[in-house]
Write a new protein. Structure first.
Length: 471
């Protein structure tokens, strides 16, 4: 993008053109023009935008015979007469354009050639010379101050985490990292730039940051990584309770020598402390437990996780939904749906979770990430021993439609072969038996079957454990 310095060279159009007669050429003219604005304009060259152009433009000086006019921009000492100018530049398009475009770098190099040091400025006289080959006109000169580069730091935009993001700290992965990243900055004169990450709590002020860290690699990288454990300890230090959230504002300060520059904006980030939920229970009028906190139904930890819980439960529309209890027998610390945000749980100001139709559901609760899901589930058997083999459609099982019943059944004739249980006509959720002992595992091994007529039962009781039987 061009920096347009509004240094206009105005053309004063006379009521009659100056005319001069040249032998063999007839009458020719070139209109007078003057410079505007008056003396005192100033150009300061920008070291962090070396390729941006300084553009100086003027109106056309017309030739009487419409011949081509060429322009030259001249700079001379204040007491000079332009007979030997300090600088001389043809206008753009080989001198035919009514403007001259020089990059900041080109302009600075020209001033350096005049002997000016970094940051020096000089007051000069300037004009434009116009010629159509026969006539030459030069406007009355004005003064202008030109200043060479001074060191500066390029602007810094923040990148990630994006503004108003939410970060849930994961107790199961305390060494996981949150990466704060921003645009790389540079010094206009090529000097080293280092970064400091700063953050304040809601009541803080960046004049005295609550948190301050050099970026990675001793301040040399355009990012900072902080572990979940460090952020957890930091929030605890500032009095944020376990499982609660705090919102910080963060920014970056770039420094190069004696120069410093703040990022162009600051971002907010809401961070929630570790939630140390080791057990979880389901309660609510839409469940088999009702609203009795003492009979709440226990969730199971998902294998391989210490923060993800699941339960299968028949849930009804009636009964005002359900909630989650971290402790059996008390509503203290009860958890529900964050108001207006499906799939996000909250401990304060929450509302009941509800369903839109009666059915058998899988509920997954993620303590680390602050989320939950409620998915209606239908079960079936599939495999070489079943009526359709491994092909679709699978063979649907049935549920009683009664709260507190965790069994799905089907009575059918099976042949020698194998089978598995799968949900919702797909393979995302399926059970097999790795040990052939009547217990089931997600994505477990195929279950061997001898031919015969069986009542096949899948039991997803959260208390007694998941199992199956073929009788």
């Amino acid at each position: 993008m061009k920096n347009i310095y509004l240094i206009l060279i105005a053309i004063f159009i006379a009521f009659s053109c100056e005319q001069e007669e040249f032998e063999g050429s007839g009458l020719e003219s070139l209109r007078d023009f003057e410079l505007n604005p008056v003396s005192g304009a100033r150009i300061e060259l920008n070291s962090v935008a070396p390729d941006e152009e300084v553009v100086i433009s003027w109106n056309e000086a017309r030739s009487g015979f419409n011949s081509t006019v060429n322009y030259t921009w001249l700079i001379d000492e204040v007491d000079g007469d332009f007979s030997s100018p300090l600088l001389s530049f043809p206008s753009d398009n080989d001198g035919t354009a009514t403007q001259i475009s020089l990059t900041n770098k080109e302009f600075d190099q020209a001033l350096e050639a005049l002997g000016l040091n970094i940051g020096d400025e000089i007051e000069v006289k300037w004009t434009v010379l116009a010629t159509n080959g026969d006539l030459t006109k030069m406007a009355d000169a004005n003064t202008i101050t030109l200043k060479r580069y001074v060191d500066a730091i390029s602007p810094i935009d923040l990148l990630t985490p994006t503004d108003e993001s939410i970060q849930n700290l994961d107790i199961a992965n305390p060494l996981s990292e949150v990466k704060f990243e921003w645009d790389s900055a540079f010094s206009g004169l090529g000097n080293n730039v280092v970064y400091t990450w700063q953050a304040i709590l809601s009541s803080g002020d960046f004049s005295n940051p609550d948190l301050e860290f050099s970026s990675n690699i001793d301040g040399g990288e355009n990012y900072l990584t902080l572990t979940h454990q460090l952020l957890e300890d930091t929030l605890a230090y500032f009095g944020i309770e376990e499982g609660k959230s705090a919102t910080i504002q963060w920014r970056v300060l770039a420094q190069s020598g004696n120069l410093s520059l703040e990022s162009t904006q600051d971002f907010s980030l809401t961070i929630r402390r570790f939630v140390n939920i080791t057990e979880l229970y389901l309660v609510g009028g839409s469940t088999s437990a009702g609203w009795n906190e003492f009979t709440a139904v226990p969730f199971r930890l998902i294998l391989g996780s210490s923060t993800e819980f699941e339960i299968y439960e028949y849930i009804t529309v009636d009964g005002d939904g359900f909630k989650f209890l971290p402790t059996l027998g008390t509503y203290e610390g009860d958890i529900g749906k964050k108001v207006g945000e499906e799939g996000i749980w909250a401990e304060e100001g929450e509302e009941n979770v509800t369903v839109t139709s009666d059915g058998f559901y899988r509920i997954v609760f993620d303590a680390a990430n602050g989320t939950y899901s409620v998915t209606e589930i239908g079960w079936a058997i599939i495999g070489s021993s079943t009526p359709n083999g491994w092909n679709d459609p699978d063979t649907d099982m049935a549920h009683s439609g009664v709260k507190g019943d965790y069994k799905w059944t089907i009575t059918t004739t099976l042949i020698d072969g194998e089978l598995k249980f799968r949900a919702n006509d797909g393979w995302d959720i399926n059970f097999g038996d790795n040990s052939n002992d009547g217990s089931i595992e997600y994505s477990g091994a195929n279950i061997p079957v001898s031919g015969g007529t069986y009542t096949v039962t899948l039991d997803l009781n959260p208390v007694n454990g998941y199992s199956y039987s073929l009788n």
